[in-house]
Design a protein around this ligand. Structure first.
Ligand code: ANZ
Ligand code: ZN
Length: 656
């Protein structure tokens, strides 16, 4: 994991190029003496015998890109303060260190240098480890782990298999975000303003067969259990998680779609948060890129729809949902029947309805929904207010009325308040058998497969006879081939592993016939979703962790890391913890009891970066002022959650 991705990396902190500033105490001799003493006395290794109460303090483990930078120095100083405080209070403290060492940068470096990704990765780990030692973090080095070691990813694969057996890992064909430059699938969060987070290329859609984790099965618990974290996690992180899970209460309503020549009658369900407005529906919209649009469209409208779908492909979800953009769409030639009043509503295909939210279809109520109103005005569709809010007519103002009010033009619902009309409408739908209450989540299943090399191979074999066959536990780990390097790793739309034929072609473990290994690797977020469990017994060979030890240490009492991990890493780690808890392997069902997001280290009001030329080299600071003065400055210059501006502080004061 990157602590502060925008911060300068690659600094040579282990090269002592600077001399101490004048007047600074002679720290060099102390820094040379003490680390050996600590190591000899094993002061940072917990005794782990139950004689003292245990506490687990964890810093988000680093990603090995270049050397440590000022961001690491800040984060790890904070973790050390907490660990030190608890040790002084007499606790037995677990404070481990390891590396999140799979990922794309190693692969890109390997292509450039005609090398194997492991070379770059482990060289960087060595550099960072030396710098951490120089920075004198109070870590238990005997528990060091790297997620790219086969001894680690063996258990990532083992866990994948357990998820698979529980129906929590599955494959499906789906349109995915695709970076045409990196030739790789991107998660929604890796698409920033419609462009690839890494290279800025506009993202397109592509249909691929992909592996998913069924995190949506845990949506309710991920949301509800945040009450335990309240007060111990930053409120803004909880808010971001709540938002990401996005619980929406409403109803499913089934509309009959009239038969036309050659197209039989069928039913389409919509998700609505406003069943009270059913009488105000004046048209119906399906996502243009959903298969449903193709199923519905009449032969006369087919070509127009196909042309429109081509245009939609190029747009990101954010562009599609923008209220600024002019509304576009195509009539499908079909009509939906409103289950409450029998009215015929034209069915349109448009891009402002998303294929993978709700059911991918909506009833449009232009009087009370702004996007529907914009669409109605663009295509001259009727607007019928059904809620008297005391405001002006939306058809005239162009502004939909969303507030409270009294129902009108709504048959049996007339006169009810909005709050009463919602359950009343649901009751009517239930009686008619055409709808019911429904809770929808924004959270989607976690797309975990990547068509890249440097990650944990998915332990599945594809057999023409038996289908998907998991690799037997006693044949784990499925290790990466060592002979692929340089150009052979270049992205090509399929995984580079597909080219390693002697690796791909195996016997089916089930029937013995010729079969093929799955050639995708796992998202690195899978690796980091359980590393905190491995730290408890990193050398255990009978399972991902020692069941006799795990409940002594878990949950982590204090987790420290950057707010850039507020959503995904933390959500995924919480999901893994809950599944492993449900497997009966772990008492805790939340991984991190308390969370601290340290601030950033800035320079002149801006994040340090190479392009701005405002980077501060950690090694130089250590040469000039010594480790203690730099660390003291880090924790002293501002409250831990706030940013530190290096232009306003100097370790000089701490050093003299
Ligand atoms: C009718 C209606 C009337 C709606 C009204 C809103 C206001 P949240 O709160 O985000 O869950 N919707 C449903 N599926 C959609 C999709 N795939 N793409 C775009 N919009 C979609 O929003 C739920 C509301 O967003 C739903 O309720 C639906 O519009 C729309 F006065 O139905 B509503
Ligand atoms: Zn077979």
């Amino acid at each position: 994991m990157s602590v502060q991705p925008e911060t300068e990396t690659g600094a040579q902190s282990t090269v002592a190029g600077e001399t101490p500033e004048e007047g600074v105490y002679s720290f060099a001799s102390m820094e040379a003496k003490w680390p050996q003493v600590w190591e000899d006395l094993k002061v940072f290794t917990p005794v782990d015998d139950g004689s003292r109460e245990r506490r687990y303090v964890l810093d988000m483990f680093p990603y090995p890109s270049g050397d440590l930078h000022m961001g690491h120095a800040e984060a790890f100083a904070m973790g050390d303060v907490v660990a030190r405080y608890l040790r002084q209070k007499g606790f037995d403290v677990l404070h481990p260190i390891g590396w999140d060492s799979f990922g794309l940068p190693a692969e890109n470096a390997a292509i450039k240098r005609n090398a194997h990704p492991s070379e770059w990765t482990y060289a960087n780990i060595d550099t960072q480890a030396a710098s951490f030692k120089r920075y004198a973090i109070s870590a238990d080095w005997s528990r060091r782990l790297h997620t790219s070691d086969p001894e680690y990813y063996r258990w990532t694969q083992w866990l994948f298999k357990r998820f698979y057996e529980r129906g929590l890992a599955y494959r499906k064909d789906s349109p995915v975000n695709w970076c045409p430059k990196d030739l790789t699938v991107l998660a929604n969060e890796q698409v920033v303003n419609g462009a690839c987070e890494r290279c800025g290329t506009p993202v397109t859609k592509k249909s691929l067969n992909q592996w998913y984790f069924k995190i949506t099965d845990y949506a309710d618990r991920l949301l509800d259990d945040m009450s335990e974290l309240q007060g111990h996690w930053p409120e803004r992180v909880l808010a971001m998680q709540r938002n990401w899970i996005g619980r929406s209460e409403g109803a499913h309503v089934r509309f009959a779609i009239e038969a036309t020549d050659g197209r039989p009658e069928r039913e389409v369900t919509v998700f609505t948060t406003r069943p009270d407005t059913l009488y105000g529906a004046t048209f119906f919209v399906v996502a243009a890129d959903a298969h449903l649009a193709l199923d519905l469209v009449t032969p006369e409208q087919h070509d127009a729809l196909m042309a429109y779908r081509e245009k939609v492909k190029a747009l990101s979800d954010i562009e599609r949902q923008s209220t600024e953009r002019e509304k576009t769409g195509v009539f499908t030639g079909r009509y939906a029947i409103n289950p409450l009043n029998g009215e015929k509503l034209p069915v349109w295909a448009a891009d402002y309805v998303l294929a993978d939210y709700g059911t991918g279809a909506i009833m449009a109520v232009p009087a009370h929904d702004q996007r529907d109103l914009d669409f109605a005005r663009a295509f001259d569709l009727p607007v019928r207010p059904v809620l008297n809010t005391g405001g002006e007519d939306p058809a005239e103002t162009g502004i939909a009325t969303a507030g409270e009010g009294t129902l009108m033009n709504s048959g049996e619902l007339d006169g009810l308040s909005k709050a009463d009309a919602i359950p009343a409408a649901i009751a009517i739908l239930e009686k008619l058998g055409t709808g019911e209450k429904f809770v929808n989540f924004r959270l989607r299943d976690w797309l975990l497969s990547r068509q890249r090399f440097w990650g944990t191979p998915i332990p599945i074999i594809h057999c023409a006879e038996c289908g998907e066959v998991p690799v037997p536990d006693d044949q784990l780990p499925v290790t990466l081939p060592e002979n692929l390097r340089g150009e052979a790793l270049s992205p090509r739309g399929t995984s580079p592993l597909a080219a390693a034929l002697e690796w791909v072609n195996v016997e089916c473990p089930n029937c013995g016939r010729a079969a093929q290994r799955d050639t995708d690797t796992m998202d690195t977020f899978v690796d980091s979703s359980w590393y905190f469990l491995r730290f408890v017994s990193p050398h255990f060979t009978e399972g991902p962790f020692d069941p006799a030890k795990i409940n002594d240490w878990m949950p982590v009492g204090q987790y420290v890391g950057g707010v850039e991990h507020a959503i995904l890493h933390l959500l995924y780690a919480r999901f893994f913890t809950k599944v492993i808890h449900d497997m009966g392997m772990l008492d805790a069902d939340e991984p991190f009891s308390a969370l601290l997001n340290q601030g950033q280290v800035l320079n002149g009001g801006k994040a340090m970066s190479k392009s701005l030329g405002n980077g501060v080299d950690l090694g130089e600071q250590l040469d000039k002022f010594g480790v203690d003065a730099v660390r003291l400055t880090m924790v002293f210059a501002s409250p831990p959650e706030d940013d530190v501006d290096w232009a306003d502080v100097s370790p000089s004061g701490s050093a003299k």
